[in-house]
Design a protein around this ligand. Structure first.
Ligand code: UT7
Length: 344
């Protein structure tokens, strides 16, 4: 690693989850499922749903960014760049990052969107870090997904999994040895056959037929995705650990994408990371796609200490996967969180 390289560090975290809670018991009334099946097969107990009409992923993202700016006492017009990772853009174009910028009142700099499904936040974080490394001063990375907009609530294999949320981090140049150190990001387009939303793009533009065939909803071949997910996350963590000569005891926190508790457990078993050092909130929020990782950082912010080594890891549609190794850059903030994500 180039020791002279300017490094990017996370200097604040914001998040937002909508107040409406959809429980496993609620889902029992909607599809042929049970709280017992969902809990044992996924670890999920409840998820949040954006129920207000005329709202989109940008509204979730804007709330997270507003909180981030408030917590870090940052003037919106100091922001050089906003990158938004999402699998549920407000529209096919324009991109969601610029809608968020407008809703928050960020008039300086520029913004763009990144599409990498559940790995989107990691791809966006790495991209944002590169912009800081090459000279930008303040970059916001947002993961925002209104998954309920593409979930088929008659399909028991997917509707139990997903929730709506957003999380955002501020990236600034690091003047010490903390910050984003390295990443392993990978993808394989053959994965498009196992996890996708077929309708609405240039391949299958919206028609009565695509709507009737339910092509505007998520389709997932769960068992296949599960195997690739475990393998992708484990291999990318291994590569980072080998490259940096890290043992499990050198890593204070693992921050995994929250798709399935059994996947998280497999990672824990494989590396002998104790579950107490793995951030897990899947029981409360389900799979919020690009928001899972920043939502975890938000919830654990008060336990993170300057210098802690973190591994973030994710897997998603594409397939896309990867891990990021970083050293946390600040001690817990003295003040209370502006609005805890699990409190209305
Ligand atoms: O975030 C992006 C990446 N995504 C992932 O990483 C997700 C990876 N996959 C998974 O998490 C799991 O595969 C699922 C949670 C999606 C499914 O769990 P599974 O243990 O792989 O279940 P399965 O698909 O093998 O289904 C087992 C059985 C089937 O019944 P039969 O064929 O054995 O009779 C399903 O029809 O469970 C049935 N089933 C359900 N039963 C009750 C599927 N969904 C449900 C349900 N309630 N909601």
């Amino acid at each position: 690693m180039d020791v002279h390289r300017r490094r990017a560090k996370i200097t604040g975290v914001g998040a937002y989850v909508p107040p409406f809670v959809l429980t496993n018991k609620d889902l029992e009334q909607m599809v042929d499922t049970s709280d017992e099946w969902i809990t044992t097969r996924t670890g999920i107990k409840e998820r949040r749903i954006m129920t207000q009409p005329n709202t989109a992923s940008s509204d979730l993202g804007a709330e997270a960014v507003k909180q981030l700016l408030h917590k870090t006492q940052t003037d919106p017009n100091e922001i050089d760049l906003v990158i938004c990772a999402t699998a549920t853009p407000d529209m096919l174009f324009p991109d969601t990052a610029n809608v968020i910028r407008d809703k928050v009142g960020i008039r300086s700099g520029f913004g763009f969107e990144i599409s990498a499904a559940c790995s989107g936040f990691l791809y966006a974080l790495e991209t944002g870090a590169k912009f800081v490394e090459s000279g930008l001063k303040k970059v916001i990375v947002v993961g925002a997904d209104k998954m309920s907009s593409i979930v088929d609530y008659t399909d028991r294999t997917t509707c139990i999994l997903f929730g709506d949320a957003a999380g955002a981090v501020l990236l600034e140049p690091s003047d010490d040895d903390t910050g984003i150190i390295d990443s392993v990001l990978e993808s394989d387009g053959m994965g498009r056959n196992y996890l996708y939303q077929k309708g609405g793009g240039s391949y299958h533009p919206a028609t009565h037929e695509t709507v009737e065939n339910r092509e505007h909803f998520i389709y997932q071949e769960g068992r296949t995705v599960f195997k690739f997910a475990v393998n992708g996350m484990v291999q990318s963590i291994k590569k980072l650990m080998q490259r940096h000569h890290l043992s499990k005891d050198d890593i204070q926190w693992v921050v995994p994408h929250q798709a399935n508790m059994r996947i998280i457990q497999s990672i824990s078993n494989m590396f002998e990371f104790p579950l107490e050092r793995i951030m897990v909130n899947i029981h409360k929020y389900g799979n919020t796609t690009t928001a899972t990782i920043p939502l975890c950082l938000w919830e654990w912010e008060n336990q993170l200490k300057k210098g802690d080594a973190l591994i973030l890891t994710a897997f998603g549609g594409g397939f896309t996967w990867g891990s990021i190794y970083l050293r946390w850059s600040y001690d817990p903030p003295a003040t209370e969180q502006a609005s805890p994500p699990d409190v209305e």
